[in-house]
Design a protein around this ligand. Structure first.
Ligand code: HEC
Ligand code: HEC
Length: 202
């Protein structure tokens, strides 16, 4: 009896794995087109509220998408020009782990382009010092390195970053404990300065 259950279990898990096909090449292109309606052509955003995701490591994206899917990370409604309103929870609702991996691989291959925005150079210089002291260890090379798997903050949109700092402060976004500890030491003015530093990078 026990033996049969084991065999059945093995057959069922084989069937489950077999029924999880990754997005085909054509489907990746189709899905990317939907992502791009909000995130911009090839994931390079033209709108301050939507982050550029081009060039992010696949590991970062596959870590983030399930957080939206489960609701662990708050998602904001956004209406792209000529498209319909949605949010990241809705977008990820029916995505399997294989789908997430395929779309993550796609964006990892695109080139990150810094947002074109005005910055306060003096404030950015202050922010650079704060970053080097507290954040560089995980957000490497001025927070520009995709391979540190902590996102790309250098050249990211300021309104998006400001919103993320607010969500983190409100406890609506999970972040590593060590980052929380570092952030706690910073004043609102310091956070403004690091945001300016990230936004200032080209
Ligand atoms: C309806 C618009 C919309 C669509 C479609 C959309 N996104 Fe998003 N996405 C957003 C917005 C707005 C944010 C940032 C605000 C938030 O967290 O809700 C975001 C955030 C993200 C982030 C977090 C980036 C970071 O730096 O932490 C990733 C990754 C992401 N989206 C990937 C995708 C992928 C992959 C797709 C397609 C499968 C997609 N998005 C489709 C609007 C959209
Ligand atoms: C222990 C490592 C670590 C330290 C130290 C750290 N971070 Fe992070 N940070 C991360 C990771 C990992 C993420 C991605 C979390 C996720 O979305 O899953 C992140 C995410 C972020 C985000 C959101 C990025 C996005 O794309 O939405 C911001 C903003 C940020 N960190 C700023 C900072 C600042 C400013 C400091 C220094 C005061 C700092 N971090 C220190 C690891 C760290």
């Amino acid at each position: 009896m026990l033996f049969n259950e084991r065999i059945m279990g093995a057959i069922i898990s084989t069937l489950l794995v077999a029924s999880l096909p990754a997005l085909s090449q054509a489907n990746v292109a189709e899905t990317a087109k939907q992502c791009d309606t909000c995130h911009g052509t090839n994931g390079v955003s033209k709108n301050g509220k939507v982050p550029t995701i081009a060039g992010f490591s696949a590991a970062t994206i596959t870590e983030i998408l399930p957080q939206y899917q489960s609701g662990a990370r708050a998602a904001e409604k956004y209406t792209p020009k000529g498209g319909k309103a949605s949010d990241m929870k809705e977008v990820t609702k029916d995505m399997s782990a294989a789908d997430m991996q395929a779309i993550a691989d796609h964006y990892a291959e695109q080139k990150f382009v810094a947002a074109s925005q005005t910055v306060d150079a003096a404030l950015a210089a202050k922010g650079k010092k704060i970053h080097n002291k507290n954040c560089e260890k995980c957000h490497s090379e001025g927070a520009s390195l995709a391979d540190d798997d902590a996102g790309i903050l250098a050249g990211q949109w300021k309104p998006y970053l400001e919103r993320q700092f607010a969500l983190i402060a409100e406890g609506k976004r999970e972040i590593p404990k060590k980052m929380k500890k570092k952030l706690k030491k910073l004043s609102a003015e310091d956070i403004k300065a690091v945001t300016e530093y990230y936004a200032s990078q080209k």
